[in-house]
Design a binder for this molecule. Structure first.
Ligand SMILES: C[S@@+](CC[C@H](N)C(=O)[O-])C[C@H]1O[C@@H](n2cnc3c(N)ncnc32)[C@H](O)[C@@H]1O
Length: 204
């Protein structure tokens, strides 16, 4: 009897909070979706395709990743998919872009999409900045110049079960791919069904 009264009181107290949170999430979904619909076909060449954006979104949501880094923001298309997923896991994205004009456009896009609160957008040369970032991370997405620097700088800061995802590895037998294949503590999948390869930090 006593416990059912407590349960009833807790439900009365929690229900408005839960329903407020879920209506805020639904509002955000609507805002992001309508932003993406409006901008369809207008993103700069080099932005990931929509199917890859959805894949990144699913990977983050499914694995409940929260600590994300992106190298190569451009005007923010991939960041928007990443940050949208992080809005559901309670996470945050640090995204790095070297080009001032692109970075400014990205910041404006994040605001318009309603996702600014989930993104820390940095204007910097990622070759330098990645070494200075404090981990840990569970999701790193690299979509700039193919360079082992980025892997080297983050691999030790990625938690077990976390990922380093590289976009645009065209040659599975090239130097970069071979580097990933030999990367200690990681296992790399080149056939992910998207335009990228995924290096996952092994649990042991
Ligand atoms: C292919 S685009 C990124 C596309 C973006 N991820 C998207 O899907 O919308 C690559 C971006 O990386 C940026 N970039 C290249 N080298 C960089 C560096 N060293 N540091 C930071 N950004 C860099 C370029 O300026 C360019 O905007």
């Amino acid at each position: 009897m006593k416990s059912s009264v407590i349960f009833l009181l807790l439900s009365v107290w929690f229900y408005p909070l839960l329903s407020q949170a879920s209506s805020a999430a639904a509002e955000l979904d609507k805002k992001v979706q309508s932003f993406l619909d409006q901008r369809k076909g207008t993103w700069l060449r080099g932005s990931i395709p929509e199917s890859d954006g959805k894949l990144l979104f699913d990977i983050i949501k499914k694995n409940k990743y929260t600590r994300a880094v992106e190298i190569g923001t451009s005007t923010g298309y991939s960041s928007i998919w990443i940050a949208w997923a992080l809005s559901k896991t309670g996470g945050k994205l640090i995204t790095i872009e070297i080009d001032k004009g692109r970075q400014q456009t990205a910041v404006a896009n994040f605001k318009e999409a309603g996702l600014s609160g989930y993104i820390d957008a940095r204007l910097a040369d990622a070759h330098e900045l990645v070494y200075q970032l404090d981990g840990p991370f569970d999701f790193v997405f690299m979509d700039a110049d193919i360079s082992t620097d980025y892997v080297e700088a983050t691999a030790n800061k990625i938690v077990k079960g976390g990922v380093f995802i590289t976009h645009g590895v065209r040659n599975e037998t090239g130097d970069y791919a071979n580097y990933l294949k030999c990367l200690q503590g990681f296992e790399t999948d080149f056939n992910t069904g998207g335009g990228f390869c995924i290096s996952i930090k092994k649990p042991k």
